[in-house]
Design a binder for this molecule. Structure first.
Ligand SMILES: [Zn+2]
Length: 446
């Protein structure tokens, strides 16, 4: 690692740990991350970055911090929202913090702070060496509700970047080749006609019947979706009382698929089913698209450079006996297998191909418009499920903090390679265009 970068991390590691812990202590809901937004943008301003609010489509808790001028343009992506129901002490047993509803059960306190550290460390080298270019930290709110980067991508916030670099806390160290699924979140609201269910049922048109018939149709559709396709739903409103024919009823549907094209095919069938349910019941319906994202485009050239950095330049953390003991107790509490060394120490090798995985991320939309990469850094024991109290515990513990510092160093080093090397930037651009092929960005939620 570059000497100036190394020195920057040596001097500022404790500051980054402190910031991540401050965010951990004040977890905030998606769209409400005012404290985290202020804390991280304040950190950037203290380190000489120009901070601007990013208000596209009313994202109050988004920001852009930039330093430098002109090309190349290297962006780091920060997230900082927390999850409900996952309040937890830094304890290896379930122990919610009294009076606290939210918790960083996805480790976004680490994610946001690590990305900030990477941007500042890159700036330190650019300044020391007089390198041309601009480094950005994008504060991307509301990831857990699949909003921030969808809206920001739509507002062309990222278009000028040579690369977008991100990371996520995980249970292993690896450059991500994983493509998250495309996803659509939609509400169908049916309207019928209320009537007394006993005295005048013939006058009523049941919106609940429409919801139930739609769900039956959707459940028959399951067999015929493309491989990887998934459908999940909940009924939002099933009427008021059994003796009133429900005038209003609503169902909230999620669709996921390995590609945006597959997703659109399933969505079109779902719309037909809704129309059929309305026809069968004499009701009408409206559809509201809540949000949606595309699948992730993996850029092999960026995976390669990331893996090189992770194996040749920045070494993964060495875990202390206390951290291993904490991890063993945590896995025991989760009733999971306890390996001799529960914390990942090496770096998993890339497979050399895009791997379709379940779940969705708003990072995917960014990956359609600029070359994007992400690493996973071990921030909790192997096998720990994400979005659990156990992740909240580790996100406030030295285990997560060490994982964060490792990720920050890797991202900063990648940023420096890209900033310095026009040949590498061109190779990344070519690799990105090959990954896109004929596909052009069209957001699935519009
Ligand atoms: Zn997350």
């Amino acid at each position: 690692m570059h000497e100036v970068m190394q020195r920057w991390f040596d001097r500022h590691a404790a500051e980054l740990v402190q910031v991540s812990r401050t965010l951990w202590e004040r977890p905030e809901a998606s769209e409400q991350e005012h404290f985290a937004c202020r804390t991280l943008s304040g950190l950037m301003a203290e380190h000489g970055f120009t901070v601007a609010a990013l208000p596209p489509a009313g994202l109050d808790t988004a920001f852009e911090a930039s330093w430098g001028s002109g090309a190349p343009h290297i962006g780091f992506l920060a997230e900082y929202d927390a999850l409900p129901g996952l309040s937890q002490e830094t304890s290896p047993r379930p122990e919610p913090i009294p009076g606290q509803a939210f918790g960083h059960g996805c480790g976004h306190n680490l994610l946001g702070t690590g990305a900030a550290g990477a941007a500042i460390a890159l700036r330190a080298v650019m300044e020391a060496e007089g390198l041309p270019g601009t480094v950005y930290l994008y504060g991307c709110p509301s990831e857990e509700v699949m909003m921030g980067k969808i809206i920001m991508t739509q507002a062309h916030v990222f278009d000028h970047l040579d690369a977008a670099i991100s990371w996520h806390p995980g249970d292993r160290n690896r450059a991500s080749e994983e493509s998250y699924q495309a996803m659509l979140s939609m509400e169908y609201h049916f309207t019928g006609k209320a009537s007394h269910a006993s005295m005048a049922p013939q006058e009523g048109l049941s919106a609940l019947d429409a919801v139930e018939l739609m769900d039956v149709g959707v459940n028959y559709l399951r067999e015929h979706v493309p491989p990887g396709g998934q459908i999940h739903y909940v009924i939002l409103n099933g009427g008021e009382k059994p003796n009133i024919v429900p005038e209003k009823a609503s169902v909230w549907q999620f669709i996921r698929a390995n590609t945006a094209a597959d997703l659109r095919r399933i969505a079109a069938r779902m719309d037909d089913i809704a129309a059929g349910a309305a026809l069968m019941t004499g009701t009408s319906y409206t559809k509201k698209i809540v949000t949606g994202c595309n699948e992730t485009k993996i850029v092999p050239a960026l995976v390669d450079v990331m893996h090189q950095v992770m194996t040749q330049e920045v070494m993964p953390p060495v875990w202390s006996p206390e951290e291993e003991a904490f991890s063993r107790r945590l896995l025991e509490s989760l009733e999971l297998r306890v390996p001799e060394h529960p914390l990942h120490g090496g770096v998993s090798a890339p497979k050399g191909e895009t791997i379709d995985i379940l779940g969705s991320s708003d990072l995917s939309n960014v990956s359609y418009v600029v070359p994007t990469c992400m690493l996973f850094s071990a921030c909790y024991p192997m096998g720990t499920p994400n979005h659990t109290w156990a992740v909240t515990a580790c996100a406030g513990h030295s285990i997560g903090q060490k994982g964060m510092l490792y990720a920050a160093r890797v991202m900063a080093a990648i940023g420096l390679r890209l900033t310095r090397d026009p040949v590498l930037r061109q190779a990344v651009r070519t690799s990105f265009q090959e990954a896109l092929g004929e596909t052009r960005y069209a957001p699935v939620n519009i």
